[in-house]
Design a protein around this ligand. Structure first.
Ligand code: IPE
Ligand code: IPE
Ligand code: MG
Length: 223
């Protein structure tokens, strides 16, 4: 059973932007643009539902293999998302980022996105309401390899506690509900450690259509 003494943690694999666009005869990039707008809408709804943590998968370590123009468009949308500081402050939302450290050898995040992330984190740091965590250049396996490596070098060795303490964001609570949109009944490489025991809500709705009613259906799984 979920621990209802702490605020709920909802994590979303925001899938199906391309299909949303395809069905309308639009380019995939329009689907990503609409997906980012929908996230901004959903943050407002999640705040009203008193959710403690909303964590979203924005870009995976595997997504760099997509065509260059699509990747560039998605990077620009993350700059836009992390630039929504006024909205986040109005909602008392604190933004975080989870992903491969910028100084790791495999990291490819351009400087302008790094700067947007750093600025948004700093400019919302004193907010005390919902925490929005955006996974960008994130992979659950990379995170676990890095955490295990650090745990191995620690005095107590590799234990569940040591791995938890060495995750990218050790304070991120366990996931209560994991959402995957667009009819994919797969977990993906997302929060593999943190989502142990989570309820899973699969929906056919593509991410741009994931609205408050959808969120409520996901929350019913832990209500
Ligand atoms: C999710 O939508 C967004 C990212 C992975 C960045 P997709 O781009 O995967 O959309 P589909 O799955 O092709 O419809
Ligand atoms: C999952 O979507 C990753 C994100 C939502 C960022 P993908 O479309 O990249 O995932 P797969 O490849 O279908 O699992
Ligand atoms: Mg997809």
């Amino acid at each position: 059973m979920p621990d209802r003494t702490r605020p709920l943690h909802v994590a979303c694999i925001m899938d199906g932007n391309g299909r949303w666009a395809g069905r309308r005869g639009l380019p995939r990039t329009d689907g990503h643009t609409e997906g980012e707008e929908n996230l901004a809408r959903l943050v407002r709804v999640a705040v009203r539902r008193d959710i403690g943590h909303l964590t979203v998968f924005g870009f995976s370590t595997e997504n760099w293999r997509r065509p260059r123009p699509e990747v560039r468009h998605i990077l620009g949308l993350h700059e836009k998302l992390f630039g929504r500081v006024a909205e986040l402050n109005e909602l008392d939302v604190r933004i975080q980022w989870i992903g491969r450290p910028f100084d790791s050898p495999e990291a490819k995040t351009p400087r302008y996105v790094q700067r947007a992330i750093g600025k948004a984190i700093a400019d919302t740091a004193s907010n005390t309401g919902m925490v929005l965590t955006v996974a960008f250049d994130y992979g659950g396996r990379s995170e676990l390899v890095a955490a295990t490596e650090k745990a191995r070098r620690s005095s107590g060795g590799v234990t569940p506690e040591a791995i938890s303490a060495n995750l990218y964001l050790p304070d991120l609570p366990p996931v209560d509900v994991l959402v995957r949109t667009s009819g994919e009944h797969r977990v993906s490489n997302f929060l593999l450690w943190q989502a142990a025991g989570a309820a899973i809500y699969f929906t056919d709705a593509p991410w741009p259509d994931f609205d408050g009613d959808e969120l409520d259906r996901a929350l019913e799984l832990v209500g």
